[in-house]
Design a protein around this ligand. Structure first.
Ligand code: NDP
Length: 275
């Protein structure tokens, strides 16, 4: 029997996850169906129940704005999800319980590795303090950067995250005005690029050796990547690879097979450039 999966969010119609998982399934010869479902903003708990009991889904991916709320509703959590405070992947177990995982962090780390971005002993700036930023802090710290500075428009949120993860190493947090030096690696985890904006940070964060990563992706350079390029940084990477890598980790959790991600990234990139 075909196992069914879906990605849920609000809105959801532009999600690339159905395409990615269809490619993984073809490649790994897995008999699955994967769709996208828009869930009303005020009914996540009942929607999850329906997806499990009525539609008989085996698992789901969760995107904006439900990741934190779904974390609260999960019956069991992986260690990395426990720490992340948000989940993007659910597996419905045979006894009906809901297991939550967060694959965003590993997705980012794998993509950084794909692009030979080295974090060990480096000064890293993480911009943003929302769900995506929170989910990647612990995985980033496993590379032992010299320092992680979390900068956010709302300073208090960055400070809170820095305190929450203080046991993992040298982590500081603050508002944009508190950032006054340059970094080796800069990761933009804000939604600013969605509005074509860049975080209100000084250009002194960049040097010609800096590598910049934007979790956002588009068929042209994001606003943040355009800004970084203007300052002649050494490397820029967008979040398309992270998207595919986090999906591959979810696919592995569900199907116990690991798809090749490079070919799927290339297809997505070609598709985006053609549109
Ligand atoms: P949240 O809504 O949880 O957080 C949004 C963050 O962006 C906050 O820190 C907010 O600051 C900041 N922000 C929003 N607008 C601006 C702006 N104009 N200038 C400066 N800061 C701004 O979103 P998520 O954390 O879930 O997602 C953040 C981004 O990461 C999105 O673009 C999302 O698409 C992307 N993402 C990509 C993934 C991938 O696989 N490539 C996976 C997950 C996320 P404040 O706290 O002050 O409001």
């Amino acid at each position: 029997m075909t196992d069914k999966y879906a990605v849920i969010g609000h809105p959801i119609k532009h999600s690339k996850s159905p395409f990615i998982h269809a490619e993984f399934a073809k490649q790994c010869q897995q008999d699955i169906e994967y769709t996208s479902i828009e869930v009303p903003l005020d009914s996540l708990a009942s929607s999850l129940q329906q997806l499990r009991d009525v539609l008989k889904l085996k698992g789901i991916n969760i995107t904006v704005p439900f990741k934190e709320q779904a974390w609260e509703l999960a019956d069991n959590l992986s260690d990395r999800a426990q720490r992340a405070g948000a989940i993007n992947t659910v597996m419905f177990e045979n006894n009906g319980s809901m297991f939550g995982d967060n694959t965003d962090g590993i997705g980012l780390c794998r993509d950084l590795e794909n692009h030979d971005v080295n974090l060990k002993d480096k000064r890293v700036l993480l911009i943003g303090a929302g769900g995506a930023a929170r989910g990647v802090i612990a995985p980033l710290m496993t590379y032992q950067p010299a320092e992680l500075f979390i900068a956010n428009r709302t300073a208090s949120k960055a400070k809170k995250l820095a305190e929450l993860f203080a046991d993992l190493g040298q982590i500081q947090g603050g508002g944009f005005s508190e950032v006054n030096s340059h970094f080796d690696v800069i990761i933009n985890a804000t939604a600013a690029s969605l509005q074509g904006e860049v975080p209100d940070l000084p250009a002194s964060i960049f040097t010609e050796q800096t590598c910049c990563y934007d979790m956002m992706y588009a068929n042209t350079d994001t606003a943040f990547i355009e800004w970084a390029k203007k300052h002649n940084v050494s490397k820029t990477v967008d979040g398309l690879g992270m998207l595919v890598e986090q999906a591959a980790e979810a696919f592995y959790l569900w199907r116990k097979v690991r798809p090749d991600t490079g070919s799927v990234m290339q297809k997505l990139r070609d598709d985006m450039q053609a549109s």
